[in-house]
Design a protein around this ligand. Structure first.
Ligand SMILES: NC(=O)c1ccc[n+]([C@@H]2O[C@H](COP(=O)([O-])OP(=O)(O)OC[C@H]3O[C@@H](n4cnc5c(N)ncnc54)[C@H](O)[C@@H]3O)[C@@H](O)[C@H]2O)c1
Length: 214
């Protein structure tokens, strides 16, 4: 299958692209490199630099890549920043997402996997959260993701788009080739690991000073 991965220079998108290639799919990568890294895109993927909001660029890439399906991961995704600058989140995640959907519709691409987020649930009334629990985002990031999910539903009913939204929590892990490289890092797992590395360094330094004194 030919798959276009948006956000393929980012953490999760680059590994999704890598796994798709390993499973024999033909992958095209679309990313504006605003956050991602060109060297994170696996060698086997055709790379197209472009903004989600650039309809002409999207049309040209879809003509060239002719995907059967799209994995949509490109987004801005920092909760704190979304509260300080909601306009950016509506522009990229909602307007950018709709620009992509309209380009896909024009190109006849009818299958999409959307990288949504558990932030659509907001502050849950109970734990663990179940998939069909009520959605009530508590920040513009979650709100923008939910708005796009809802657009997918309406586009599906009207235009036959088949889409699935994956609402995941803190992603963690790496492939042998690539891993998480955000700046600033706001995700739980890498921050815990960074703290552990700093602690080990201090423990090592303390041990060396102790050994030298003796
Ligand atoms: N990392 C997590 O724990 C987590 C959890 C839940 C959901 N998600 C979602 O998964 C997706 C990927 O997350 P990630 O951690 O890999 O983020 P990331 O920032 O590493 O990757 C996002 C990519 O999108 C690109 N991008 C941003 N704006 C763009 C635009 N206008 N046009 C084209 N490309 C653009 C960036 O350059 C970047 O490479 C996001 O949609 C995020 O909301 C992530």
């Amino acid at each position: 299958m030919r798959v276009l991965v948006t956000g393929a220079a980012g953490y999760i998108g680059s590994i999704v692209a890598e796994v798709l290639i390993a499973r024999g799919h033909t992958v095209s990568a679309y990313d504006d490199l605003s956050e991602g890294h060109r060297d994170a895109v696996p060698d086997g993927a055709a790379f197209f630099q472009g903004d989600l909001l650039d309809r002409a660029r999207l049309d040209a890439v879809l003509r060239e890549a002719r995907p059967d399906a799209v994995v949509h991961m490109a987004a801005v995704c920092q909760v704190g920043e979304s509260v300080a600058d909601p306009a950016k989140y509506y522009r990229v995640n909602v307007l950018g997402g709709l620009t992509l959907l309209n380009a896909l519709r024009a190109a006849g691409v009818a299958r999409l996997v959307f990288s949504s987020t558990a932030a659509v649930y907001g502050e849950p009334a109970k734990q663990p959260i179940e998939e069909d629990d009520p959605t009530a985002p508590s920040n513009p990031y979650g709100e923008s993701k939910l708005a796009f999910e809802r657009a997918l539903g309406w586009y599906g009913g009207a235009y036959g788009l088949r889409a699935v939204s994956l609402r995941y929590f803190n992603a963690a892990g790496a492939s042998a080739r690539a891993g998480e490289r955000h700046s600033p890092e706001t995700h739980l797992i890498p921050i815990v690991l960074q703290a552990a590395v700093v602690l080990l360094l201090f423990a090592g330094l303390a041990f060396v000073r102790f050994a030298v004194r003796r």
